[in-house]
Design a protein around this ligand. Structure first.
Ligand code: PHE
Length: 453
């Protein structure tokens, strides 16, 4: 063992590993994005295709990232440098760092809104507002030049404080607390939602597949959503797994994380659709579903502000456990590659992400006129990260593992150097070699040439 790896902080327990990794996966992608993307793409049919992609492609890609990180014992860039020295595969890691930067910038802007919504729910300021009023409230907030920026900075500081405390005493400690809290809150809200009169239609919408709504696009949306939701393709899981113990069974961890992430996405659907149907709202309300439609629903509910507050705390917690994994990608990279202290790296990363984030936040109002290829700054960051960098990162990872020399290392990592039986290995190998690269290439090419997703 090298001196560096002895000095490196690590996760202290299996529960800590699962809480942190599932924490990265479970986020705005599950609770904000999944319900409306499912709503717009056929409900139950989308859910089935999504789950298929999570298990068939998401899990093998996740196992590959785990193996790369745990073998490399370094940040996303450094890990590739260790297992493929002298080759340029580490550029994948560098791309991941850039993706983390971009995602953090727009993600923390949305997370900032959730903080404002907690305050508004607690202070009953949504009381008596109709959907049109709520739409107005939301649109007034996001164009405000100061409020969203301040909330975003508060959120970034929260993220930075946890990352600053380290892996065991920061990330692990807080995700172990926050993830059970998240599960509890979501269960409370699910019970409230399914017991609303008329809510059954929502469950039917979510679980009864209507294949007449399925088009080629449904598959592409489902795969893109699986990548984003499982935090794949950008080094977050490579970075986290570099702190895993050598005894951890990577395949079973990947399955547990993927199942928890899917469970939370399904519960988010169970929480939202029955309420949407019970109050006669269209399930296809797009990104504003949780900021306009849901507060509208809470207003019509008994104890609405209470449930509204719980909901926005839930959203904040989910976002926070994801942003710490994103910031950790940048911090691990800066501190290990530039050989600076974690503290310095966290300060530099937080400040620079926040500057970019301010541009993202202001792109709804003050900087509305600034567009790149017709897209706002917020949309460019989201689009470039989610639709270009993540699929491209995922594609290169499976190409590396399946075709270019990564194979032996991966097999030895998955079997914990031969001590675990890996009977699934031929299937895994087949998927990373043939299925995953083609599926990912299809979504990528589609996104670039047809501007999908
Ligand atoms: N998986 C997170 C979510 O669903 C987003 C994320 C993407 C986090 C990539 C880390 C890395 O919200």
């Amino acid at each position: 063992m090298t001196k560096e790896s002895v000095l490196r902080d690590n996760f202290g327990s299996r529960f800590g590993i699962i809480a942190a990794t599932a924490g990265s996966a479970v986020g705005l992608g599950n609770i904000w994005k999944f319900p409306y993307v499912a709503g717009e793409n056929g409900g139950g049919a989308f859910l089935l295709i999504y789950l298929f992609f999570v298990l068939a492609i998401g899990v093998p890609v996740m196992m590959s990232e785990f193996a790369i990180g745990r073998r490399g014992q370094k940040n996303a860039y450094g890990s590739f440098g260790v297992i493929a020295p002298g080759k340029r595969w580490n550029l994948i890691g560098l791309m991941g760092v850039v993706a983390a930067f971009f995602i953090l910038a727009f993600y923390s802007s949305v997370a900032g809104w959730t903080l404002q919504y907690i305050v508004s729910s607690v202070s009953h300021s949504f009381a008596g507002q109709s959907i049109a009023d709520l739409e107005n409230t939301f649109n007034t907030l996001i164009v405000n030049p100061i409020k969203p920026v301040v909330w975003q900075l508060v959120f970034m500081v929260l993220t930075a404080l946890i990352v600053l405390a380290g892996i065991k005493k920061g990330i692990e400690k807080y995700t172990k607390l926050l993830m059970p809290l998240l599960l509890l809150l979501i269960i409370v809200l699910c019970i409230r939602s399914v017991t609303l009169e008329g809510g059954k239609a929502g469950l039917e919408f979510l679980f009864k597949p209507d294949f007449s709504k399925v088009t080629a696009k449904t598959f592409l949306y489902a795969l893109g959503q699986a990548f984003f939701s499982l935090s794949l393709g950008m080094g977050a899981l490579i970075t986290y797994s570099s702190y895993f113990s050598k005894k951890e069974n990577l395949a079973s961890t990947a399955v547990s994380v993927a199942l928890s992430d899917s469970l939370i996405a399904i519960l988010a659907g169970v929480m939202i659709f029955p309420a949407v149907f019970a109050f006669g709202i269209e399930p296809t309300c797009g990104p504003s579903l949780v900021f306009i439609t849901l507060p509208g629903i809470f207003q019509q509910m008994f104890w609405g502000d209470f449930f509204g507050t719980i909901f926005f705390i839930l959203l904040t917690v989910a976002a926070l456990t994801s942003t710490i994994s994103l910031l950790e990608v940048v911090v691990a990279f800066l501190s290990e590659e530039l050989k600076i202290s974690r503290k310095k790296a966290t300060v530099i990363a937080t400040l620079s992400v926040s500057v970019l984030g301010i541009f993202a936040s202001l792109s709804f109002g003050t900087l509305k006129g600034v567009t790149i290829f017709g897209k706002s700054i917020f949309d460019v960051l989201d689009y470039t990260a989610s639709n270009v960098l993540l699929p491209l990162g995922g594609l290169f990872i499976v190409l590396f593992v399946g075709w270019f020399g990564g194979k032996k290392i991966i097999k030895s990592e998955l079997s914990n150097e031969g001590t675990l039986r890996v009977r699934y290995y031929p299937y895994f190998n087949f998927i990373v070699k043939f299925i995953a690269p083609f599926a990912i290439a299809a979504i990528f090419i589609y996104c670039i040439f047809w501007g999908g997703l």
